[in-house]
Design a protein around this ligand. Sequence first.
Ligand code: ADP
Length: 628
Amino acid sequence: MANLKLSHIYKVYDNGHKAVNDFSIDIADREFIVFVGPSGCGKSTTLRMIAGLETITAGDLFIGDTLVNDMEPKDRDIAMVFQSYALYPHMTVYENMAFGLRNRKMPEAEIKERVTKAAKMLDIVDYLDRKPKQMSGGQRQRVALGRALVRDPKVFLLDEPLSNLDAKLRATMRSEITALHKSLKTTFIYVTHDQVEAMTMGTRIVVMKLGYVQQIDTPMNLYNSPYNKFVAGFIGTPQMNFFDVTLKRYGDGVAVGFSNGDGITVPYEAVSKIDKGYLEGGVPVIFGIRPEHIEINRDGDGLKFIVTGVERLGNETILYGKLGDSMGEFSVKDDGNSIIVKLIDRDDIAVGDVVYAQPKHNKLHFFDKETEITLIHKIPLYNTVAAQLGGGRLAALGKETALPEAIGKHVSDGAVELIVPPKAIVKGGDFSLRVAKIEDVDGEKLAYLQDGDHYLFALVDEGVSAGDDYGFSLLYDKITVRANGEELVSPISDEVSLEGRFSKKETRENGERVLHFYYNIGNYSVETVKENGYKINSIDKDHCYDYTYRYVIDRDNIRTVTDGGDGLDVTVEEKLDYIGVCYAKVRTDEGQQFLIKVDRDFDGGKLRVAFDGADVSVYSTKIDMKLC
Ligand code: ADP
């Protein structure tokens, strides 16, 4: 039994190919985690790094509480099952299963006990004397599972174990492996390219594409709330339908306009989490709807399409169609006008029929056309707020308040848009709006604050309920100010990024040789913890002393030095007053600029700042990679 932690894991192969990027996950004891994605997305590489069969380029891998990056595979207490079974052909099933235990010099009596127990669990007792070639694919895969089982490992790793089996046997083995997981009460990590296996077996699924994690979630969350178009299309069969559309709000409704000129209307409430910038008719977006979430009618209500194909599967009927009412030229290429509908217990529709599709309003998906990220986040990423600036005052959300100096400096009087993330709305202050609704989102309370005819989304405390007037203020340093589409003021991130060199020094302490590693930024040389020094050295080898690194520090971990101690010398260029908090824009002697937090009465000049080496994250400037 074990939990696992993968923290910012990268794999760069010797030929420079980045197979896995910034993979992080906490896996709880007894979870059944599935890595899924198309061929080449980095699933096996990640599994092999966990097994110790592949080195980890950067990042930390913990099994239990132990860092195992450099631990031999045999010492990791894991067992791996491969697609190819990897059985020894000249040995019997018994010998195959006993092999690893004999290598460990386990007493024969205990081996026998373990092999018999595993064989019983897997229903292969009658085959123990056979050779692999006298068995079917399914039986061989059971032997491979048995060989893993007898080792009683903390973690089971399974790499496409069912790919070589036919569809029926795969379905049987799927449920057997799920049952095995339940009875063993062990952590399973399972790699597959088959979304049905992923959905049916995983307690959580990691969807990967081109070396990047796309989403980590429970099967139902992946299905209901895919983070992007890729996940939406990968999970579910037949695949989700996608259409290029524009959205325009009319009172309580939103018109969804398709590229062929047709359109449907959906209630505003169904899409109220979409930022209003997308609802003005000018921005192209992708509309997604699953085949099983479309209702069909003949009375002209909905999106018109002509049925070009019908598959009757018993209780289920799959319709294939083209938007509009003409069959058009036949093409297998999806031109964006194709539609697939899954109907249950309905078979009155035939090829050539012209029918109307009505999407279920609580099952709509929308994605940004460029980033392909969902527009309906459980917690909206930001709110767009219209504001008017004038004479050092800011009018927004039905109130007029003082305008922070830091914003006034960069923005002329007139109309602006404030881009306000929910986390920048905090209890108590000048503004007040009525709470229309409260939603529980993964343990957080999301308030729908009524702002005219739309909502402002904020995270609130337990005590707040629908109907309350909620008093709040804005964290101005966390918002973006835009005018005429141009970003005039950007939010201040919580981190500072500085470039510098890396060095080492050797000293002798009590006759022992001791290594010290330093991050060198301007005149400041800050020692870092040895493990991080070794990490950087092991990744970039001796080049590390020639390379430039990007050092990232939480702003809250940067302190000013007043007692003459070591630090980075900077000159204050500007003070930025955001009312609640003040920053100084500073410049190092070599010209790097960053912001530090200061008191409101701080009055400029020269400063010395410092931070601890252990608080610094280090990134390569050669490739996009976190080293430690
Ligand atoms: P998956 O298991 O998702 O199919 P892999 O983890 O096997 O994908 O591979 C991820 C990527 O890394 C692929 O593009 C593959 O070609 C590449 N790759 C795998 N092994 C090596 C290697 N030894 N050297 C270089 N590239 C590799």
